[in-house]
Write a new protein. Structure first.
Length: 472
């Protein structure tokens, strides 16, 4: 459901008691955490209990499991997830009561008010880049407030209130939310067609990023990874608007470059060249060339804010990842199990390259759960083609998210497009069946990688349990 953004968004401190429908989700939970840290009374509801719900309760929120109209009694402001439907009883009651109702984007804008915002956007890599920017600024002593679309592995949280005027935020383009914010500085990692169920056309989607650049403060700046053509195109937009543009990447045209890149096992190292100056070498604890680009963009923001390379480097090198982004789940019977959020063909391809590096001499055994009917309809065959980089592939049925089932668009659409022998590809319906197939196919030395933005993240622990049982 899309709730209109009000013309005037109040600062969080003026919202009164705030209730979140869908508070357990990545976006709303982050906003709620910042509000709780500022002493704002917060309540919320979610469809199921979870570790996030438990954590929010510990931090002072009143959280209900299930949705009842009475749960908005005494509430001043309602903040709504896009996954909520119009017949949600709490939303219906809020409308009847005439409560102030904000979409997620307006809720985030309310806690940004009065801060110098550093917004990270892009089709892929937003969460990792936001996380890298956060930890590097923390290491430099900048103490930013931050909201991230995933939990930092080191801290176990997706948001925190900082003591400085900086606010680091993941800026989501999926529903146009990033056009609500007013950043001082921004990062665009890449621009590649996605979320066409919301934007309609690729042209409209790309125009959204141009509009995002137009939201930058006059004295602010844009950092873009110019190895990506869509992000590189924003140079002309920034210059036409009189905004500073800093291109980063491996290209010789980049203002800040990553050179001598070495990908080895679970690490990625590179040397940073800023203009004509070689600044030094950075070794990340995360594998993959795309993560080098993310780290370079985060580093560049810190450098342009005036922080030292050495301190920013220390933060980047301390980063141990974000949950659901090439996250190690464990090892059993000589098989390593990782999980990642990749759900777009480019993300899948990038994580398979990373997985191959981590696997070493072992095979890459992958389970993929397509996310959303509309995305699978558009990109399903391409998803299947890129999955061909694995040695064994298990494809689950489509995770519906906020959409309805379509019998013409299933996981089989993806599985049929995987260019591997039939005995190395299988289509399954559910999580248990996927875990059984992965455990059956994996051998000692192999890497099992689960991919997707839905419930496939639950499969890794199931695989490990089956492998441990088989060992006994």
């Amino acid at each position: 459901m899309r709730v209109p953004v009000p013309e005037h968004i109040l600062p969080a401190e003026q919202l009164g008691r705030v209730h979140f429908i869908g508070i357990g989700g990545a976006g709303l939970s982050a906003i709620a955490r910042v509000m709780l840290a500022r002493g704002i009374e917060v309540s919320g509801s979610d469809g199921a209990d979870s570790s996030m719900v438990a954590a929010l309760r510990e931090e002072g929120a009143t959280v209900y499991v299930g949705h009842e109209a009475s749960q908005v009694d005494g509430v001043d402001t309602l903040i709504v997830s896009t996954a909520i439907r119009e017949d949600n009883p709490e939303y219906v009651a809020a409308v009847e009561k005439g409560l102030r109702i904000y979409p997620r984007s307006a809720g985030l804008a309310s806690v940004m008010e009065g801060r110098r915002v550093l917004a990270v956007a892009g089709t892929h890599g937003k969460t990792t880049t936001t996380s890298l920017l956060t930890v590097s600024l923390q290491a430099a002593g900048a103490a930013p407030t931050y909201t991230v679309g995933g939990e930092l592995a080191a801290s176990g949280t997706n948001a925190a209130e900082g003591s400085s005027d900086l606010f680091v935020a993941e800026a989501d383009e999926s529903d146009g939310a990033f056009l609500v914010y007013k950043p001082y500085a921004a990062v665009v990692t890449n621009v590649e067609a996605d979320h066409l169920d919301q934007w309609g056309t690729e042209e409209a989607y790309r125009e959204g990023f141009a509009q995002f650049v137009g939201r930058l403060a006059p004295d602010g700046f844009l950092v873009a990874v110019i190895d990506d053509p869509g992000a590189a195109d924003l140079r002309h937009v920034a210059h036409s608007l009189g905004r500073r543009f800093i291109g980063v990447g491996e290209s010789e045209l980049a203002d800040v470059r990553a050179v001598d890149i070495v990908l080895e096992g679970t690490t990625s190292s590179f040397t940073v060249v800023d203009g004509l100056n070689e600044l030094g070498r950075i070794t990340l604890q995360i594998p993959g060339r795309h993560y080098v680009a993310d780290a370079l963009a985060a580093l560049t923001v810190g450098l342009r804010l005036g922080h030292s390379f050495d301190l920013l480097k220390a933060g980047l090198e301390s980063f141990t990842g974000t949950r659901r982004r090439m996250e190690r789940k464990g090892e059993a019977a000589g098989v390593r199990v990782y999980d990642s959020y990749a759900h777009h063909p480019s993300e899948i391809a990038g994580d398979l390259v990373s997985g191959r590096s981590v696997a070493g001499e072992g095979r890459l055994v992958v389970a993929f759960q397509p996310h959303m009917v509309s995305r699978t309809r558009i990109f399903g065959e391409e998803m299947g083609r890129v999955l061909g980089a694995a040695d064994e592939v298990v494809v689950l049925d489509v995770y519906l998210a906020r959409e309805d089932y379509d019998p013409e668009v299933t996981g089989k659409l993806v599985a049929d497009a995987v260019p591997l022998p039939p005995d190395r590809v299988v289509s399954v319906a559910g999580l248990e069946e996927a875990a059984t197939e992965l455990a059956r196919r994996a051998r000692p030395g192999d890497l099992v990688l689960t991919l997707g933005a839905g419930t496939v993240t639950e499969v890794g622990p199931m695989v490990l349990a089956r492998l441990r049982t088989a060992e006994q």
